[in-house]
Design a protein around this ligand. Sequence first.
Ligand code: PSU
Ligand code: MN
Length: 304
Amino acid sequence: MSSQTAQYLELSPEVSAARDAGRPLVALESTIITHGMPYPQNAQMAARVEDIIREEGSVPATIAVIDGRIRIGLSEAERDSLAQTTGAMKLSRADLAFAVSQGRTGGTTVAATMIAAELAGIQVFATGGIGGVHKGAETSFDISADLDELARTPVIVVSAGPKAILDVEKTLEVLETRGVPVVGYRTDVMPAFWSSRSPLPAPLRLDGAVEIARFHKTRQELGIGGGMLIANPVPQADEIAAEIMAEHIAIAQDELAPKGISGKAVTPYLLGRILELTEGASLKTNIALVENNARLAAKIAKAL
Ligand code: PSU
Ligand code: MN
């Protein structure tokens, strides 16, 4: 990392020591904390996910922008305070540097977390679900910057698939066009975030962390840039059936236009509304799938 870049990054003592010792690191995002879940479940989820990564023998690095500093690894107090911050920005590639230059605080989306992870030399990142092509994108043009980031930044993103609020079929088409491998973990079909299965085939399949690490290494050695998306199904014990979720998603989706909700507000609105419609069940499943992704990401980091 150049000193020009380093001046903006602040590594926690735990992350810094892990880097010096060459220990495996796993990045975690923070938009899921600031915009994806309510308090206090967001804070509890963020703490638990870090513990899971430590239990698996890797070191967690929760990434966020706090008062204009790109923070790689947060203390418990900082994480908890971020979880209660109202008015945090939702940062992607377009506005990460804006927040830094203006001394602002924000949660980093998948795209912004990938950028920061790469700057810090972290190759694996666990989240819930990535952003993608929204339903109705043919008129709204709403396609998440997460997809372009996967195409350009060499980080492995472990997810439960694109969020099921999206047009998953179109999301897969864009990922293919941009040259992003989508790997089903121990599955031939794409998971659907809250549900373990969708009708769509997974483009590729691997059954172990070592195989995923080998695939990533091979891509790098061949000079094929960019990241990859791992689609890790939510454990069946925690899933909600896709047919049930489809009804809730349709209700929430139909409220967007009348309420004038667009742009960055779409995903947080849909997740919040679906939480209400499922009386909290969607949040329980969301937490379970993030934990499941953290466990796999820690294993991949070790394998690398
Ligand atoms: N995974 C979750 N909940 C979330 C997100 C991921 O379980 O809230 C966040 C990620 O930060 C992702 C963002 O990058 O949602 C997508 O937002 P958009 O659709 O506006 O690009
Ligand atoms: Mn969008």
